[in-house]
Design a protein around this ligand. Structure first.
Ligand SMILES: Nc1ncnc2c1ncn2[C@@H]1O[C@H](COP(=O)(O)OP(=O)(O)O[C@H]2O[C@H](CO)[C@@H](O)[C@H](O)[C@H]2O)[C@@H](O)[C@H]1O
Length: 742
């Protein structure tokens, strides 16, 4: 690999944010070039508006402007007395000076008018914000009777973008619709301050403040390859100023993903693409998500001009849709090839899928140039792309081959995140003709496989070309370097170890919060928290039993399973342990979709043990939330699990995980120790039914016979900070490392 870490070569650090203030010097200086007759003069004003000096051709003439409270705001009577101006007729005539003074006064008056407007706008904004806060607090109080957290983003002025509005529509027709509507209405006002820059939200719990963050702006006609000056403007509200958490590391970040919740989600990748960006935006970065538009979503509105890309000899048009939500620009790429797979976003044959991903990557790289989010394109300075899984692994390659090698986007960097190495975009060597790259790049894709021989591997190329490589837990980072865990890519990962690390995923603590969960507001379910766990959780359990037609009995422990049905998730281990499970006076509720044979397994288990087992085949976000709340135990016998989100969600809901100690499950579920009363759940160290039964046995024993230990497990799980905020800080360090990598 040619890349190596060199000492921070050139991109200058972003400047500390200049402050806009009534007394800022930027309002006091007027360049002479703005005045006719004053081509070679500069005029400086006193802070109170008086004229201080006039400089022409090296001759300094000092004088005081006539006091004029209407234009300068000054009121010193001395100014009036000292009207006489030391003149030099050889250089400047009195007439010229008078004209100059008059024009200067006009400029001053304009500046003061702008200042007055800013002050008025701030007042208006404060009033609106107070009103919005009160309404939101009232609404949340109505929901759970407690005071809500303050919103992370507030609207500043009247530049709200018409793009943001309406209710959300989830990919499965139900995900996120309620939540989304609330988010849009309370947080998602696109603010366009006078300099037409975009806005990022502040860290949570900081009321009354917002900041604006200008990414470099792309100009269609000039200098697309020069790093433009980055401006960061922090606008003060209510006289408070707190710098963004990212400080001088603030960047333009573009996350590119094949799915993004709540619009499109088949698994954990969608959750991450929906939540991580918001956490990065909370730190002060300008953040965009680029994702295909698989359906007509409610929020995004058309933006920019369509562009055309060649994919496998086909000329494809891409149009752009945009929504600004919770401080993040969500940009959707519209093309018939995406719309045709609305029902199954990874559907179609291998070549069709590959062509869609090529289009996604080719278009995504240029989004920062052509999509004017909030009126201003991101530009390519101070920019890092985050590609996710093999679907977007071509992006780091295109960035280098099409742009950096040609002196374009030379300061843009790419990071690739491995969510699941089991899917790599493998195909015959012939696929290389599709990816449309110069010969010297094709070697990146070539891989020898003992089974398939020479083949084309998209993920391999992305890992090699990216500036940094991440995966979603420390445990999985370790496993990926092993023969068993690397799925043929372990040697490539080992070779790139210098730029590789694991960061454990966070969770969206608004969507997955038993206190706020929108799916627990009806059908007998209820919202609950650690304080109301003793009543709230049993109520959800009873509602779940009722909804699924199981005997309603608080004493019978419910074991839940939620996940994609494939080899990874170990559903067959549950099937193998069925005889033991049904002998335990438990209820088992499974939700999943995927491999048809495993879907049949779920159906069969339900029909054979109808009084104890439910096997819900399908994709239902609502049921996933309800099972997480109503179950006592979440079972995850995954053979491998890069991070796993369901165990994190479960712990937030006081549901105790029993997991195979692998990858991220090992990182996040600490084995219960009854002697020290420590730990978060049960782990087993081999993906075998017998080991799983042992762990489940201990778990059920504790549930039935050691209530206080059980409550301790629930409490410790619920009290963890599993939010994305910690992970976002670690991502930021990686983005910075990429930025200064050459
Ligand atoms: N039938 C169904 N109905 C409704 N919801 C369903 C569902 N099946 C799954 N889900 C939901 O999809 C998500 C699955 O997330 P996971 O992290 O467990 O798995 P996944 O293997 O897809 O993700 C990969 O990427 C993520 C993110 O990095 C890693 O955590 C993980 O280990 C890796 O395998 C959860 O939100 C879950 O509730």
């Amino acid at each position: 690999m040619a890349s190596s870490l060199r000492p921070q070569p050139q991109p200058p650090l972003p400047q500390p944010p200049p402050r806009i203030s009534r007394h800022s010097s930027r309002f006091l200086q007027t360049p002479a070039s703005t005045h006719t007759n004053m081509k070679s003069c500069k005029i400086y004003y006193r802070r109170d508006g008086g004229l201080l000096s006039l400089i022409k051709r090296g001759t300094v003439k000092t004088f005081q402007a006539k006091n004029d409270s209407s234009s300068s705001g000054g009121n010193s009577s001395d100014d009036a007395k000292n009207e006489d101006i030391t003149s030099n007729d050889d250089l400047v005539t009195n007439n010229t000076l008078r004209a100059t003074i008059l024009k200067s006064k006009k400029v001053l008056a304009m500046q003061q008018d702008i200042l007055r407007q800013i002050v008025e706008r701030k007042k208006l904004n404060s009033a609106l914000m107070d009103d919005a806060l009160i309404k939101q607090q009232d609404a949340l109080k109505d929901q759970d009777g407690s005071s809500p957290p303050l919103p992370v983003t507030v609207a500043d002025d009247d530049y709200s973008n018409a793009d943001d509005g309406g209710s959300g529509s989830g990919f499965d027709g139900q995900s996120g619709s309620g939540i989304h509507e609330k988010e849009v209405n309370t947080h998602a006002m696109y603010t366009k301050p006078p300099s037409a820059v975009s806005q990022a939200p502040l860290p949570p719990l900081v009321p009354g403040m917002y900041q604006t963050n200008t990414g470099a702006q792309y100009s269609e006609n000039k200098n697309i390859n020069t790093r433009e000056q980055e401006q960061v403007v922090v606008v003060q509200d209510r006289n408070k100023q707190i710098p963004p958490l990212a400080g001088e590391n603030m960047m333009n970040v573009i996350i590119v993903s094949a799915e993004c919740a709540p619009w499109s989600k088949t698994g954990g990748l969608g959750d991450v693409a929906g939540a991580l960006p918001k956490a990065l935006a909370r730190r002060g970065h300008r953040v965009m998500v680029v994702v295909p538009r698989y359906a007509r979503y409610a929020e995004p509105k058309k933006i920019g001009e369509p562009r055309r890309y060649m994919v496998s000899g086909q000329d494809m048009e891409v149009a752009y849709y945009h929504a600004y939500i919770d401080g993040v620009d969500f940009v959707f790429l519209d093309s018939p090839v995406f719309r045709h797979v609305e029902k199954s976003i990874y559907g179609g044959d291998r070549l069709e899928i590959l062509k869609r991903m090529i289009l996604l990557c080719k278009a995504a790289v240029e989004v920062p140039w052509y999509v004017p989010c909030g009126g201003v394109c991101y530009g390519d300075g101070n920019l890092v792309f985050i590609a996710n899984d093999w679907h977007t692994a071509l992006l780091p390659v295109y960035l280098k081959a099409y742009y950096r090698d040609k002196g374009l986007m030379i300061y843009a960097r790419s990071v690739i995140v491995i969510h699941n190495i089991a899917h790599q975009g493998r195909g015959p060597v012939d696929d290389l003709s599709l990816v449309d790259l110069p010969g010297e790049y094709l070697d990146l894709f070539k891989l020898y496989d003992p089974v398939g021989g020479d083949h084309c591997n998209i993920f391999a190329a992305g890992i090699k070309a990216a500036d940094q490589v991440l995966t979603v837990s420390h445990g999985y980072a370790w496993e990926l370097k092993t023969l068993e865990g690397g799925w043929g890519l372990h040697s490539i990962i080992n070779e790139n170890d210098w730029k590789f690390q694991g960061i454990v995923n966070g969770i969206d603590t608004t969507d997955w919060n038993p206190k706020l969960d929108v799916h627990l507001k009806s059908d007998g379910y209820t919202n609950y928290s650690l304080e109301t766990l003793a009543h709230g959780k049993p109520q959800c359990k009873a509602a779940l039993q009722r909804e699924l037609g199981l005997p309603v009995n608080p004493e019978i422990p419910i074991i839940g399973f939620i996940g994609r049905l494939d080899h990874q998730k170990g559903v067959d281990l549950i099937a193998d342990a069925m005889h033991w499970i049904v002998s335990q006076d438990v209820q088992l509720i499974m939700l999943g979709s995927g491999r048809p044979d495993l879907e049949d397994t779920l159906r069969r288990m339900e029909s054979q043990h109808h009084n104890r087992v439910r096997g819900w085949v399908g994709f239902s976000v609502k049921m996933a939330h309800r099972i997480t709340a109503g179950a006592d135990i979440i079972l995850m016998p995954s053979r491998f699990e890069p991070c796993g989100l369901n165990q994190l969600y479960a712990m937030m809901y006081g549901t105790v995980p029993v997991v195979h100690a692998v990858g991220g499950l090992k990182d996040t579920v600490q084995q219960f120790d009854p002697y020290r009363d420590e730990g978060l759940g049960w782990t087993f160290d081999k993906a075998e039914a017998g080991r799983m039964i042992d762990a489940l046995g201990h778990c059920l024993n504790t549930y039935r016979n050691y209530k206080s230990s059980w409550e301790g497990l629930q409490g410790r799980g619920m009290m963890q900070d599993l939010s994305w905020d910690n992970a976002a800080k670690q991502y930021e360090d990686v983005l910075v490392a990429a930025k200064y990598q050459w």
